[in-house]
Write a protein that binds this ligand. Structure first.
Ligand code: ATP
Ligand code: MG
Length: 302
């Protein structure tokens, strides 16, 4: 809305609010799990290697969107990764890091760094940005209240965990108090050994356990492409079977794989719909939830 004051500006604002009304009614009390990608966090609209100011702006915008969702009666749950931030600290420490099948090989020292970054930096930054608006967000990890119980994914990957079970009790309690849980995806196995869990996979498991109405992946691409190198091949909607087929063609690679498998798991497990959105677009969340414009990719069961 360009005309700020004036009659035209007022009419446009009223139109936007009116358009939002049915969506506000529809999503009342509904649980929405939002996975915020480390890449989206690394700077909305500024591309890779964004400076600190852009990073801060992305965080502030994301936080106000989540607060708005909660203010109109939704129950957002934030799940986050932090790949670029972990990579940056490993580089500063001069530590080598390797990926196998999109997963970071995590030895004991790397696990220390992963925990420092996720629990000491990314999680409190997100919580802090939301809490500028009031006493709303609470940070936790998968080890809290046994939210995420893990098992070793593959000995070759070190301390990387698969989600064995999700105990959503703590999230239900927080949501009941109208708090916004912000989850760092460090889980623990039966013995208490911490594991690094892929945030996309964890978000899908949490959404399924909560029987959320929506699962939203905010990432650094405008949505799912049929051809990874062709932005014009964006898919706006597809059902689980179509997505399964696309996955089997090899069109989905790298960091998109856990998102696609997460979307499949979620919608097949009872989550109403899953979305892959461009987190670099300011207010992508609001556009998806409160307007008639379909942004990014939407996956439904059928
Ligand atoms: N078919 C596809 N359509 C769109 N993107 C794809 C596809 N296949 C692979 N990709 C890649 O997946 C990337 C998104 O996943 P990535 O893991 O890099 O980000 P993220 O999960 O949002 O962030 P983080 O892993 O830090 O939490 C895109 O930038 C793109 O390069
Ligand atoms: Mg990723």
């Amino acid at each position: 809305v360009s005309g700020v004051g004036g009659r035209d500006g007022a009419a446009a604002k009223a139109a936007i609010l009116t358009e939002a009304l049915p969506y506000i009614a529809r999503w009342q009390d509904r649980i929405v799990v939002v996975k915020y990608g480390g890449n989206a966090l690394a700077g909305a609209g500024a591309g890779a290697g964004a400076g600190e100011a852009a990073q801060r702006a992305a965080l502030v915008t994301f936080a106000s969107d989540v607060v708005l969702m909660r203010s109109v009666g939704m129950r957002p749950v934030v799940v986050h990764g932090g790949g670029p931030q972990i990579g940056a600290l490993l580089a500063r420490l001069g530590m080598e890091t390797a990926f196998v099948g999109g997963l970071r090989v995590t030895d004991a020292e790397t696990l220390d760094v992963v925990r420092m970054v996720l629990l000491g930096q990314v999680n409190p930054d997100l919580v802090g940005a939301i809490n500028v608006h009031g006493p709303l967000a609470i940070g936790l990890s998968g080890a809290d209240s046994r939210l995420l119980t893990t098992r070793c994914a593959d000995p070759a990957l070190g301390f990387v965990g698969d989600v064995e079970s999700v105990n959503p009790t703590v999230l239900h309690r927080l949501l009941e108090q109208r708090l916004i849980p912000v989850v760092a995806t460090i889980g623990a196995d039966e013995t208490g050994q911490p594991h690094n869990v892929n945030a996309d996979t964890a978000a899908a498991a949490v959404a399924e356990a909560l029987q959320a109405s929506k699962l939203i992946y905010l990432t650094d691409v405008e949505g799912l492409r049929r051809d990874v190198n062709d932005p014009a091949s964006l898919v706006s909607t597809l059902d689980a079977d179509e997505l399964g087929e696309l996955l089997s063609t090899g069109a989905v690679t790298a960091g998109m794989i856990p998102k696609v498998t997460g979307c499949l798991r979620a919608v097949r497990g009872g989550v109403g719909q899953a979305h892959i959105l461009d987190g670099r677009v300011p207010h992508a969340l609001l556009l998806e939830i409160f307007t008639d414009e379909g942004v990014g990719t939407m996956i439904t069961l059928a």
